[in-house]
Design a protein around this ligand. Structure first.
Ligand code: TA6
Length: 303
């Protein structure tokens, strides 16, 4: 019996959760119910698409993305773990850690017309220990109902403290970046990665003008993307997260990336639920830490 047949027998739920093979034999998952549908790759436990019923797609996914075993997929919600950005001591290690390129397993599934839940897991193995010499178990819970909820739980199964930085690196689809604003980070302190990591304060709402790469720190605030061109707002509330990252590569950087389609930068904005830079998280042996976000799209006529 092949993996897909076994997974569908054990975790598939008719009309709500289905496993199938995607490009390069990647195992893909589709979740459905009355509120909409999702697709994910089992590699990286990465949500790729989120389509609420009656709404435009909420996540951006590059049409030039790699779909190859062990390579990051550009778009959706990559999981950056156990470090965000470059490894603090060894930049030869993969950027954003190894969770997003690892093969996860399915641990649980539930589904009906109102709510569909999938739990995916990653535990330390010989490969992860060569990159990061610690014991851990990582779980992602994905819940689709009238909104999309993600919970990333890190359990320290070892005997020494774990020190992690992390992100749910969400790529949101916007109709036009020039008609888009982010609210909820007014007066917050941030590190500006396109200006020598200078520490600055946010004045008013955020408008992206060219390459933008900011780590807002010490904030647990709910944020909102005003996607005017699509006549909707996308709200992102969070828990267990003190950093919010805002990223758009701008035209030049985007066109220099082979997996980023030419004009893609005009139609995406990363707003990342995270614990980054000075918001590092320390997890004692035998304890756990959970970071979560809830994503909702509301058309302007509803607000
Ligand atoms: O979250 C923003 C960021 O750290 C940017 O600096 C940029 O590197 C982006 O992530 C994408 O990283 P990736 O490794 O997926 O190309």
């Amino acid at each position: 019996m092949n993996d897909i047949t076994r997974m569908n027998q054990e975790f598939g739920i008719h009309s709500h959760i289905n496993f199938f093979r995607g490009p390069d034999n990647l195992i893909m998952i589709r979740m459905n119910n009355d509120h909409g549908n999702l697709s994910l790759s089992l590699q990286g436990a990465q949500v790729l698409e989120y389509n609420p019923s009656g709404q435009k797609k909420v996540l951006w996914l590059s049409q030039k993305s790699n779909y190859q075993q062990g390579k990051p997929i550009r778009g959706g919600i990559p999981i950056c773990w156990p470090w965000f950005g470059d490894h603090p001591d060894n930049t030869s290690l993969p950027a954003h850690g190894f969770a997003r390129t690892s093969q996860w397993t399915v641990s649980d599934s539930h589904g009906n017309k109102d709510e569909t839940i999938l739990r995916l897991a990653l535990t330390d193995n010989q490969q992860t220990r060569t990159l990061w010499p610690y014991s851990f178990s990582l779980e992602l819970e994905v819940c689709l109902n009238h909104q999309l909820s993600l919970k990333l739980t890190t359990r320290n199964t070892g005997t020494s403290n774990l020190a992690i930085t992390e992100a749910l690196h969400s790529y949101f689809a916007v109709g036009d970046i020039d008609q888009t604003a982010v609210t909820g980070l007014e007066d917050q302190s941030y590190f500006d990665k396109v200006d020598d990591l200078k520490n600055k304060n946010q004045t008013g709402e955020i408008h992206v003008k060219g390459e933008t790469d900011r780590v807002y720190i010490n904030t647990d605030k709910t944020t909102r993307i005003s996607d005017t061109a699509n006549r909707r707002n996308i709200s992102i509330s969070k828990s267990g997260s003190l950093s919010t990252v805002i990223w758009n590569p701008g035209k030049e950087k985007a066109q220099a990336m082979s997996d980023f389609e030419g004009s893609g930068y005009k139609h995406m904005l990363c707003l990342e639920t995270s614990n980054a830079l000075t918001n590092k998280v320390t997890i004692a042996p035998g304890t756990e830490h959970q970071m979560g976000c809830v994503i909702r799209s509301d058309s302007l006529s509803q607000t």
